[in-house]
Design a protein around this ligand. Sequence first.
Ligand code: NAP
Length: 241
Amino acid sequence: MKKVCVITGGSSGIGLSIVKLFVEHNYQVFNLDLSPCAIGEFRQCDVTNVEQVSEIIANIAQQHTIDVLISNAGIHFSATIENTSEAELDNVFNINVKGAYAAIKAVLPSMKANKNGAIILMSSDQALVAKHNSFAYNLSKSALASIAKTTALDYAAFNIRANAVCPGTIETPLYHQAIDNYCQKSGADKNAVHEEEAKLQPLQRLGQPEEVAELVLFLASDNAKFITGSLQVIDGGYTAQ
Ligand code: NAP
């Protein structure tokens, strides 16, 4: 029987690479995202809507045993604390943190009943180090690292593991959007900024979404059955500096 994986934000970037890899590895994948996706089983969903997330996941759980949850949907937002309005803070928090809360809460009854489950939260290297001009995003990614730890402790007795993946700079549409916004504001040249970004990484290049997907596949598998409550860095050495 196929293992079942629920992912949020699987229609683009890192999430899409995860969906492709999990399908290749014979998982049945349910992708909760705003935008449709041809791979996996798409469920239109806004993760900020806790009731909607809960209903969609309860429906899946009625027909399947959910083995894996990957809470991945997220947005980036660049600003200092002074330049972050209350509405902008709420928006980042609602998508990045409340979305994870909604998805985890919704899969737990099924995972508890089966005494089995792997939960993976897409955090960031920014849970470990701060970056300039990134108040709300840093805050949200640190919160996800905390959720991984508390969930790991509270549900270890049910054989449910929870881990956070902390990618460095990964070349995805989100990354390109962030660079485009910066270049528009500053007038900087995109190619030059892109090269500078690569040079900031000890491995002298950006990460690729497929590389993050491989780590997530490992964490979801039985090969990682003693790993829980951890923050798994995949950042080309950035946070080692
Ligand atoms: P991406 O290409 O923008 O993909 C994010 C996906 O999440 C998109 O499909 C997006 O849908 C979806 N999404 C956004 N808001 C949603 C909502 N309210 N409900 C449901 N789905 C929603 O970004 P990515 O770079 O792959 O990032 C994926 C995750 O990795 C994020 O949590 C991000 O913070 C984290 N991360 C990324 C990097 C990086 O350098 N790229 C580094 C560290 C961590 P739409 O396209 O329709 O909006």
